[in-house]
Design a protein around this ligand. Structure first.
Ligand code: HMG
Ligand code: MG
Length: 311
């Protein structure tokens, strides 16, 4: 992509901060705040937003009350309210609150899957079969996440063929979209290219999404690589939410603000107001009493402070 070229393609961002981000935050956030932030992000132009997850509250207490979050959001035809579910029980909750997209999740690493959902990859796929069928019967779209697509905290590097195998099984189940997760933020562009080489023969490109965590600061480079290859759906989190405040160096998803800044510069259409997202990011960081990891978010806040300063 030349710096001076004008792209008119549309890029879709799936905002995952209120789920992937908040599920890792030490400070629990009220359902009221989570709904208010959802509504603000929709006002800013985001059209796909994860509201939370219906998982065991023993495993992930931060996501308890997702049904209250769903009840508090303003439903609009043009905004997809999405939730994550691990099993049929989660699907029931998701359908009860009329979520638009149901996301299931497994991994390309056996060890990670066991830690995350307490079963093997094969067991998770079998568990998803009734979830996907039930979601489709109810007229809902299904997103399937694959975690650890480049590396696993327990198993180290993951071969692209291993990812392709799991993606194949999820497509056979009927997943409408597959999101490829660099869960621990170890990927670099060369590894993203190898991953896409393995997955592209399996599925239409518009059914793929890339889900980058920014632990090693490579997420924007990886997204740029995937843009060059034609990927047009990316997951991101306002204010780069996520990571564990007690684990040194752990960070969350790539910040929505940082991705929007890149996309604007490359001439992609997103329909999202970067300044509005940045303001919500600042509010969230203030509420959580944490620094804002988004470089673009910090720069915009500083520019705003400067312009407000009479000196
Ligand atoms: P388990 O302990 O093996 O199974 O957990 P269980 O069936 O014995 O359930 C344990 C308890 O949870 C039981 O309660 C169930 O009733 C309850 P108890 O009888 O002990 O009182 N339970 C539920 N409660 C509410 N909603 C449900 C539900 N299901 C069971 N749907 C289970 C298995 C899958 C439930 C558990 O491991 C779990 O909930 N894991 C969730 C883990 C999670 O949410 N991880 C984060 C999301 S994945 C991610 O972030 C990666 C991603 O971002 C992509 C990337 O970055 O790679 C997507
Ligand atoms: Mg994630």
């Amino acid at each position: 992509m030349n710096a001076d070229s004008t792209h008119r393609d549309k890029v879709t961002l799936v905002e995952v901060g209120l789920r992937d981000g908040l599920q890792n935050e030490a400070i629990p956030v009220s359902a009221e705040d989570r709904s208010r932030w959802f509504n603000g992000l929709a006002d800013a132009g985001l059209r796909r937003i994860e509201a939370g997850s219906f998982v065991s509250p023993k495993w992930v207490p931060q996501m308890a009350n997702t049904e209250q979050v769903m009840a508090g959001i303003q439903r609009r035809d043009e905004v997809s309210a999405e939730v994550l579910v691990p099993n049929s029980r989660g699907l029931e909750s998701a359908l009860a609150c009329d979520a638009d997209v149901i996301a299931v999740f497994t991994a390309a690493s056996e060890s990670f899957n066991r830690k995350n959902i307490n079963c093997s990859i094969a067991e998770s796929i079998a568990r998803f079969q009734p979830v996907v069928a039930g979601a489709h019967d109810a007229g809902k779209r299904v997103r399937a996440y694959v975690s650890c697509v480049v590396g696993c905290p327990y198993e180290g590097p993951i071969a692209p063929a291993q990812v392709a195998d799991v993606v194949t099984q999820l497509l056979e189940l009927g997943a409408d979209e597959v999101s490829l997760g660099d869960t621990i933020g170890v990927a670099r562009p060369r590894e993203i290219h190898a991953l896409l080489d393995a997955v592209f023969p399996l599925v239409e490109i518009d059914r793929l999404a890339l889900h980058c965590h920014d632990t090693r600061g490579q997420a924007i480079a990886n997204i740029y690589a995937a843009l060059e290859r034609g990927i047009r759906t990316f997951d991101s989190a306002v204010a780069g939410l996520g990571g564990c405040p007690y684990a040194r160096g752990a960070t969350g998803n790539v910040a929505t603000e940082d991705v929007l800044y890149l996309l604007q510069g490359e001439g992609f259409e997103t329909g999202v107001d970067l300044q509005a997202v940045a303001r919500i990011g600042e509010t969230i960081c203030r509420t959580l009493d944490r620094p804002n990891p988004s470089r673009v978010g910090r720069a915009l806040a500083a520019a705003r402070d400067d312009s407000a300063d009479p000196q």
